[in-house]
Design a protein around this ligand. Structure first.
Ligand SMILES: C=C(O[C@@H]1C=C(C(=O)O)C=C[C@H]1O)C(=O)O
Length: 442
């Protein structure tokens, strides 16, 4: 899976199939690959190739191809037979990229052996194999395993520590070092080994049907924020920044939405986020459109200020090129970007891993759908081990029974900090943003 090797020639065949009710039933129980919204989307089974970059080393990894270039090489070598031609048919890779290129976790593109997809009433299966190898079997549904649950507790930055970090961020902003920074905190826990992870994906998809529900390389969540979609030359994004919890009754809830829509502090946070997207898309996109005022987006746990952005691709950029240009937006890093990244590294005592990074899929033409990985948890993986303080015992064999009984989980949620931010309100906001993943695990 290294990018330095010449990619194998992949042979790809997509065929329409009878309507699929539940895509997730085809996914693997312990390593699901899924991208779903309102029941439509794609699931992947097995791995036939891909790309991996990182973890970061001090020696540097600058010789590695960037994901967009690595993918262009894989796609250019592929032989694709796709009479279906819908979003997610033909050759696809699922991707999850780290937030910070200095992360100890890896960015990955995973090309599955089999993809099952559904889009507006049409369903298909794609089989992918290396040229000369046998085509994979057609996929089968498998019954869901038993229900399981997990609770998340304090991580490396507890509520008091988070409020202290917010105060330091406000000081830096007031001192003129930067205008906005997004600070996150972490929660950790464990889930039972052998748990059917599709249960978690399904709970998120059921409770948050309008979000992108994703599962890629152990990163599972339900994000409302579209980093970028590219489909046949049309580009869209949904920028979110500015948040308020839902009200306790209809009257209170309407009041919450109105007060968010008029909050100078939230409108300021939002402006930075929209501007960062417009600035980076500008060179690649014609007829770039964004409403002058944000709308309030209602989710089961909170309201966001939202701006939809759209335009026509003006060059040959793939969705992965656009991802590279956009990430990290001011919605998850801050303004100016470099000063914000530096402050995040200083104030957050953990590695974000893939949290707040790009997650999604890309096809053989460069089309794709990418969200910002929010409202999610990383199940397993080196980062989770470190966060959970569960170093591998010196004699791993001796402890294997105990060590394999659970799988570590780490989740993150953050909030945009500007000069007027109040530490307690920001802490409450992160609590509300943890709700989707905390509830789905419960
Ligand atoms: C950082 C997160 O969310 C981001 C920050 C927001 C805000 O500060 O209002 C809103 C949506 C997201 O862009 C998160 O969910 O962890």
């Amino acid at each position: 899976m290294t990018s330095s090797h010449r990619p194998p020639r992949l042979v790809v065949e997509t065929r329409e199939i009878a309507h699929v009710d539940d895509l997730l039933a085809f996914a693997s129980a312990d390593a699901p690959l899924a991208w779903l919204r309102r029941g439509d989307g794609i699931v992947g089974i097995g791995t036939v190739g891909g790309y991996e970059r990182g973890p970061h080393t001090d020696a540097g990894d600058s010789n590695d191809a960037v994901p967009a270039d690595a993918w262009r090489a894989i796609a250019a070598a592929a032989v694709i037979d796709d009479p279906v031609g819908l979003p997610g048919s033909g050759l696809v890779a699922f991707g999850t990229l780290v937030f910070d290129e200095r992360s100890d976790e890896a960015s990955r593109l995973v090309v599955p052996q089999v993809v099952v997809g559904r889009h507006r009433g049409r369903s298909w299966v794609t089989r992918i194999h290396a040229s000369g190898a046998a085509a994979p079997e057609l996929p089968e549904r498998s019954a869901y395993g038993p229900y399981w649950s997990a609770t998340l507790g304090p991580g490396t930055l507890d509520p008091a520590g988070y409020q202290a970090a917010v105060r330091r961020a406000v000081d830096a902003i007031v001192a003129g070092d930067l205008e906005k920074v997004v600070l996150a905190r972490d929660l950790v826990g464990t889930i039972p080994a052998g748990a059917d992870l599709r249960r978690l994906v399904r709970a998120l998809a059921d409770d948050y049907p309008d979000t992108w529900t994703f599962a890629v390389d152990g990163l599972i969540g339900a994000s409302p924020e579209t980093l970028i979609t590219a489909s046949r030359g049309v580009v869209t994004a949904r920028v979110l920044a500015g948040t308020i919890p839902r009200g306790t009754d209809a009257h209170d809830d309407a009041g919450a939405s109105t007060s968010l829509a008029h909050s100078a502090k939230d409108l300021e946070e939002h402006r930075y986020a929209v501007q960062s997207v417009l600035d980076t898309l500008g060179p690649h996109v014609r007829h770039l459109r964004a409403d002058p005022e944000p709308f309030t987006l209602k989710l089961p746990n909170l309201w966001h200020l939202a701006t939809d952005v759209a335009g026509d691709l003006a060059d040959h950029a793939s969705s992965l090129d656009l991802v590279a240009a956009l990430h990290p937006t001011a919605a998850v890093a801050g303004t100016p970007r470099d000063a914000a990244l530096e402050l995040i590294r200083r104030l957050e005592p953990f590695d974000r891993g893939r949290y707040a990074g790009p997650v999604g899929w890309v096809d053989g033409h460069g089309n794709g759908e990418w969200a910002i990985a929010l409202r999610c948890a990383q199940i397993g993986g080196a980062g989770a081990h470190v966060h959970a303080g569960r170093e591998e015992p010196a004699d791993a064999n001796e402890h294997r029974g105990a060590a394999s009984a659970t799988i570590p989980v780490v989740a993150h949620a953050g909030a945009g900090i500007v000069a007027r931010s109040d530490p307690e309100t920001e802490l409450l906001e992160t609590r509300v943003k943890f709700r989707p993943i905390v509830d789905a695990l419960a």
